[in-house]
Design a protein around this ligand. Structure first.
Ligand code: NAI
Ligand code: 15L
Length: 267
């Protein structure tokens, strides 16, 4: 497998960005890390550039010279519109404009299940199901997915638009039995998206194996990716330790769970 020349990892100080550093270390000759806050230490083939995604000139400087971007930077939960606008609206625009005017790198866009969070837990979705965001955060990820599509159609920039479920060391509650994505499965997907000769601009659901899942990835079989891990090994433990909530609780009703009940944050 030919190595990438230079991979940019945004959000490198965050939870998934930190994991990306160890899982993707061998994917590229050079790894460029970025975040608005410092990362802990810099290893052999890494460099770090501190930047705010809302700063167009800084983002252009980040993307310049990269043949791939793993875009984990931005606001990752429900926050004020101002923060979401800077990281996820303007930030994604700055990323795609930088990609267009530099070398048109391939992009892994960390989208979210909150693009479809208001679908009910008895519905099955695929990549062509219309979005139904569950808040400002989810709506900003819908915007990012659409912008990626614009830059694919107009300029041929390829993006994996990955609606990540819940990517943590293990599922934290009953809902996550349906949404959990292991680190191993996430990063094997990132790797496939960068090494496959032709990616296009697919929507992909980032979820490990589960028997209570909602999301169909059959249209991306061409990637040759399949999850290896399963949330099932925690099912008995979680179903015993966590009492079944009321039938009208957000986690029971909606795929986005508690995000559907979040207010519009003013501060
Ligand atoms: P995180 O919140 O731990 O990391 C995000 C990083 O982005 C932070 O280090 C933060 O400093 C940086 N950031 C925020 N705004 C910025 C700005 N304006 N300029 C530059 N950097 C900025 O989030 P996590 O869990 O690592 O998620 C990474 C990505 O994956 C996010 O885009 C999130 O929406 C997405 N995702 C994560 C899921 C998960 O289960 N961890 C599930 C679905 C999506
Ligand atoms: C997300 O989009 C968040 O970034 C993450 O922190 C989790 O809350 C996840 O969704 C989830 O739905 O569990």
């Amino acid at each position: 497998m030919a190595k990438l020349k230079r991979l940019l990892i945004t959000g490198a100080a965050g939870a998934l960005g930190t994991q990306a550093r160890s899982h993707l270390a061998d994917l590229a000759e050079e790894i460029r890390l970025s975040d608005m806050v410092p990362v802990a230490g810099v290893n052999g083939n890494e460099e770090f550039i501190q930047a705010d995604l809302g700063d167009a000139a800084a983002v252009r400087n980040l993307v310049d010279g990269c043949d791939a971007v793993a875009h984990f930077g931005g606001v990752s939960t429900e926050k004020t519109f101002e923060l979401i606008e800077r990281g996820n609206i303007r930030g994604v625009y700055n990323l795609y404009e930088a990609a267009r005017v530099t070398g048109k790198p391939r992009i892994f866009f960390a989208s979210s299940n909150h693009t479809i969070g208001f679908y009910r837990t008895d519905e099955q979705l695929d990549a062509f199901t219309p979005p139904m965001a569950d808040g400002l955060y989810g709506a900003s990820k819908v915007y990012g997915e659409q912008l990626a599509l614009v830059y694919w159609k107009k300029f041929g920039i390829e993006t994996a638009r990955v609606r990540i479920g819940s990517c943590f060391p293990k599922p934290r509650n009953r809902r996550m039995l349906s949404t959990w994505l292991s680190y191993r499965d996430l990063f094997s997907l990132v790797e496939r998206c960068f090494v496959i000769p032709r990616l296009g601009c697919p929507v992909i659901y980032g979820v490990s194996r589960t028997r209570s899942g909602w999301w169909d990835n059959s249209h991306v079989r061409y990637l040759g990716w399949g999850p290896q891990d399963t949330s099932e090994i925690w099912r008995a433990e979680l179903e015993t330790s966590e009492p079944q909530g009321p039938v009208d609780a957000p986690d029971a009703l909606y795929q986005g769970g508690g995000f559907t009940a979040e207010p519009i944050h003013q501060e």
